[in-house]
Write a protein that binds this ligand. Structure first.
Ligand code: UGA
Length: 428
């Protein structure tokens, strides 16, 4: 199939590479010419394991990138919109970029093409897009929803071997063509209405965010008694209705999806009259989590003022350099406000950190864990990067008593205590 993907952000670039790897001819389109120039040289503008290898395997063969709609659309049967949907000021999804893409692609559409939306959008969006496209073309086209479920840091694998492919469409011919396209993905293909596909995408993210918030609250309860959250998770996981995944407590969920999608679904629920919805509360609990934890740790370490703190892990999670809604941002801002002296370490996100974090005379960065921790009063292991989890902190020469805050419960508390650290975990 000849496919165009509009938007070369994270989802767009990964999808382009993955459809190309299945033998389709793919054109990635973006209005940002510098991004397109980079991609045409095989350079991916963000860090994602395995992605640049995949792009380079197909570039100039069955994958190319352009800024021109006139070049990207006319001979293609499937046009996928994968542009950003930032939150508007009332929390709802801002569809400006999706609508602009629909308007721009319309005059170039070939007869009988499919326009599919991969961007996360609320139910009802296709009804808004239909007249926008129809106004600017005489070609016959159908609309569909193709929501995406890949995770950053694992995107290539998630897309090559997805848990499921969701096709939201009402037209049988469109369903048949999209089903045929996705059959080689070797995953269950779920065909539903466009509205159900879009609700399904929000529901998956909101449920996972709920699960994280729930286990964080249980961890807070464990802190009040003798229970250990890791042992509690061992107790609940074998139950098939509950399962072992996505139960890791920490500093709350971050990234470009969960915080935004929970807020959007909460705002959408409010719009429909559901004022008192769980999602509003979920968002509030996640937002207050970091200051609440840091206040609690402050009591345990006798205040943050003048403490040297090594913050290990600046990206929002391992295997990415993305710092959107990263716990490190709120954490470091809080610590600096409280008078701490902070050194940040991350294996991939140090460059992103220069712009994502405020410039401050008490904030420096280090390329080495060892260097970041030797002078610290407090080691704050924020993100479970393998480089951090596998680092042997028991071999670090302690110049003074140090606290070790294990924000993702990844370390052996007794080993660290034996090595001289004052260990503080979450829910332990
Ligand atoms: C998430 C979803 O997992 C994907 O399925 C979805 O496609 C994507 O959003 C999206 O909508 O585009 P992602 O944001 O890349 O993917 O990251 P996750 O691995 O889901 O982690 C999100 C946040 O939850 C991170 O801050 C992570 O540290 C936190 N988390 C995750 C926990 O605190 N505990 C856990 O057990 C798991």
């Amino acid at each position: 199939m000849n496919i165009t993907i509009i938007g070369t952000g994270f989802v767009g670039v990964v999808s382009a590479a993955v459809y190309a790897s299945h033998g389709h001819t793919v054109t990635g389109l973006d209005i940002d010419s510098s991004k397109i120039a980079q991609l045409n040289q095989g350079k991916v503008p963000f860090y994602e394991p395995g992605l640049s290898e995949l792009i380079n395997q197909h570039l100039a063969k069955n994958l190319n990138f352009t800024t021109e709609y006139a070049e990207a659309i006319p001979s293609n049967e499937l046009i996928i919109i994968a542009v950003g949907t930032p939150s508007a000021s009332d929390g709802t999804a801002d569809l400006t970029y999706v609508k602009a893409a629909a308007k721009s692609l319309a005059p170039h559409l070939a007869e009988n093409s499919i326009v599919a939306i991969k961007s996360t959008v609320p139910p009802g969006t296709l009804d808004h897009l239909q007249p926008i496209i129809a106004k600017h073309t005489s070609a016959r086209f159908t609309l569909a929803s193709l929501p995406e479920f890949l995770r950053e840091g694992k995107a290539v694998n998630d897309s090559l071997e997805p848990d499921r492919v969701v096709i939201g469409a009402n037209n049988q011919e469109t369903i048949d063509r999209l089903t045929k396209l996705h059959q080689p993905f070797n995953a269950p293909i779920i065909v539903v209405s466009p509205d159900s596909a879009q609700m399904g995408k929000y529901t998956a993210n909101a449920y996972l965010a709920t699960r994280i918030t729930f286990i964080n609250q249980i961890a807070d309860l464990c802190d009040k008694n003798g229970a250990d959250i890791d042992q509690v998770i061992q107790v609940i996981s074998p139950d098939h209705r509950i399962g072992p995944h996505y139960w890791y407590p920490g500093f709350g969920y971050g990234g470009s999806c969960f915080p935004k999608d929970v807020k959007e679904l909460a705002a959408y629920a409010k719009q429909t009259g559901l004022d008192h919805n769980l999602l509003v509360e979920l968002n509030r609990l996640n937002e207050e989590r970091i200051p609440k934890l840091l206040r609690r740790f402050s009591e345990q370490i006798d205040g943050w003022d003048d403490k040297q703190v090594a913050v290990l892990g600046l990206a929002f999670k391992p295997h990415t350099n993305d710092m959107r809604e990263a716990p490190s941002i709120k954490t470091i801002e809080y610590l600096l406000n409280e008078g701490a002296i902070v050194t940040g370490y991350d294996p991939e996100a140090l460059k992103t950190a220069q712009t994502a974090l405020p410039s401050h005379d008490k904030l420096t960065f280090s390329k080495s864990i060892n260097e970041a921790v030797t002078q610290a009063d407090v080691v704050l292991a924020l993100i479970e990067w393998p480089q951090i989890v596998e680092f042997d902190f028991t071999q670090t020469k302690l110049n003074k008593p140090q606290w070790f805050i294990d924000a993702r419960n990844q370390f052996n508390a007794s080993e660290l205590r034996e090595a001289g650290y004052e260990y503080l975990g979450i829910g332990k």
